[in-house]
Design a protein around this ligand. Structure first.
Ligand SMILES: CCCCCCCC/C=C\CCCCCCCC(=O)N[C@@H](CCCCN)C(=O)O
Ligand SMILES: [Zn+2]
Ligand SMILES: [Zn+2]
Length: 473
């Protein structure tokens, strides 16, 4: 029994349960819930996934405490009724659609869910069926043990995150808003317990992302009168556009190192480094230019310090002897939380500096606001506390930013506490497997993820507001 009087259930699972836990994940991986594009997804698999979770989590689906709704045809919303309605609810999120995977380059077929050398292999084992299954699994195990939550919570499982979540997450968010729901916080994918990302930093550390980058998809286009290639103009639309694109690649957006949540992260990490890196990081007033340049060296740390520029589509030309009538390129900018869409557009105009190049905004959205990570921030504190109890070997927890986008961005209307964190150890090889080849999760890691959520739900029920220090009164 804990100090609040609620009985605490230890995170211990029988041999039989442990087998069922991993088998349930394998079965989920075998359903090819692929989002190909906004228009095309494997809807048969999405529907089959709904049947599958009903089958493997019967207690969740039959509990009188839980209301289950299918939203936008395939997404799932669970409302878990807590016993104390004075406590503000929270939400756990994940998505079960995946990006496509051809068999090429994979050690085992991507939709096999095979277990080999202690790992479960397949598309979605890290992004993000592991979370979908772990959330439902932890709840199933708690309910089997007759656990009755005190604090109400929601579980939102999206079916179209990989193509923006405009059907699933956006509809669920509108539904909750219409019901007058205000969340204390939510937890979604987007960050991990990181290992071997930073040279010299041997110990793993947990990064809870408290903001997420914005995005700008910009189309650059040059139009020109077509004609015979035997008498070409000095520059073609292709030449003009290529030069503009090249200027953008050669002129990275400003380095924002030292601003935003990463400032606090570096402070917390500084003493984990051996000499002389610890000295350098503890004296950023002197070494800021050096460290900010070091961050630029690697694509992942570079993405943490600036708005990134990725030229992803280039189309031009019709025939070898025709002056091309137009050339167009699409650039995907990921906007640092210390910048805005407008600022990035102004910078782009100045770098392109050529009136013949038209700029068309295809899609844009601002970075997410920064969620609190101070001592009063319940979501952050609960995650930190649960990390420390489930992973005693992780002694540093830092706030960070998510360099990609998640479904959580659709929920800024109902909460100020958006935390992106999956309790899974990830090294740079694991990072490359997300949307890449040989995505896999160790059985141990997956079991710990279930354990983590099992503990998080109980911790949310017993959370005590910290007593403010005298000087804050
Ligand atoms: C201090 C140094 C160490 C930093 C290491 C950072 C490592 C970053 C770790 C994890 C990032 C993984 C993010 C996983 C979520 C991926 C979500 C995703 O792919 N979203 C898509 C959404 C597409 C929507 C359609 N446009 C995306 O962002 O493209
Ligand atoms: Zn994902
Ligand atoms: Zn993804």
């Amino acid at each position: 029994t804990d100090p609040s009087g609620a009985s605490r259930i230890p995170p211990q699972f029988s041999e039989e349960e442990r087998v069922a836990v991993k088998e349930a994940l394998k079965g989920a991986i075998q359903i090819p819930t692929v989002s190909f594009s906004h228009e095309k997804s494997n809807t048969t698999a999405l529907a089959e996934f709904g049947e599958y979770i009903r089958k493997v989590f019967p207690t969740v689906f039959h509990s009188s405490l839980i209301q289950h709704e299918v939203v936008a045809n395939y997404s799932h919303l669970f409302t878990v009724q807590g016993s104390d309605s004075s406590l503000q609810p929270y939400m756990l999120m994940a998505h079960f659609d995946v990006v496509p995977a051809s068999e090429e380059g994979w050690e085992v077929p991507p939709f096999s869910g095979l277990e080999r050398d202690g790992f479960i292999h397949g598309r979605g084992t890290l992004d993000n069926k592991n979370s979908v299954m772990a959330i439902l699994q932890a709840l199933e195990l708690l309910l089997i043990r007759n656990y009755r939550p005190r604090r109400s919570f929601f579980i939102a499982l999206g079916h179209d995150e990989e193509v923006s979540g405009t059907k699933g997450a956006r509809t669920i968010s509108a539904l909750l808003q219409a019901r007058g729901v205000r969340l204390a916080f939510l937890v979604d994918e987007g960050s991990f317990i990181l290992e071997d990302f930073i040279p010299n930093l041997k110990k793993p550390f947990a990064m809870i992302s408290v903001s997420e980058k914005g995005a700008l998809d910009l189309m650059l286009r040059v139009d020109m009168t077509p004609g015979h290639s035997s008498a070409p103009p000095k520059e073609t639309s292709i030449g003009i556009l290529s030069a503009a694109v090249s200027r953008l690649e050669q002129t990275p957006m400003p380095n924002m190192f030292g601003s935003g949540p990463m400032k606090k992260a570096l402070k917390l990490l500084a003493n984990e480094f051996p000499f002389p890196a610890n000295l350098v990081l503890n004296n950023l007033w002197l070494f800021r230019p050096l460290v900010s340049r070091l961050m630029e060296r690697n694509p992942v740390t570079n993405a943490l310090v600036r708005t990134t520029t990725a030229v992803t589509i280039f189309n031009a030309g019709v025939k070898v002897n025709v002056i091309p009538p137009f050339a167009q390129a699409t650039i995907n900018f990921r906007i640092h939380p210390s910048q805005t869409v407008h600022e990035v557009l102004e910078l782009v105009k100045n770098i392109v500096a050529d009136d013949r190049v038209q700029l068309h905004v295809l899609r844009s959205f601002e970075p997410l606001p920064i969620s609190p990570s101070d001592a009063q921030a319940m979501g952050y504190q609960l995650l930190q506390q649960t990390i420390q109890s489930v992973f005693p070997e992780v002694n540093i927890v830092v706030p960070g930013i998510c360099i990609a986008n998640t479904d959580s961005r659709h929920y800024t209307n109902i909460t100020n506490g958006i935390y992106l964190f999956n309790p899974v150890f990830l090294n740079s090889q694991g990072f490359s497997s997300i949307h890449g080849i040989n995505e896999k999760i160790s059985v141990q890691n997956y079991e710990n993820q279930v354990k983590f959520i099992f503990e998080l739900i109980q911790n949310a029920d017993t959370y005590k507001e910290p007593v403010p220090h005298l000087h804050e009164l």
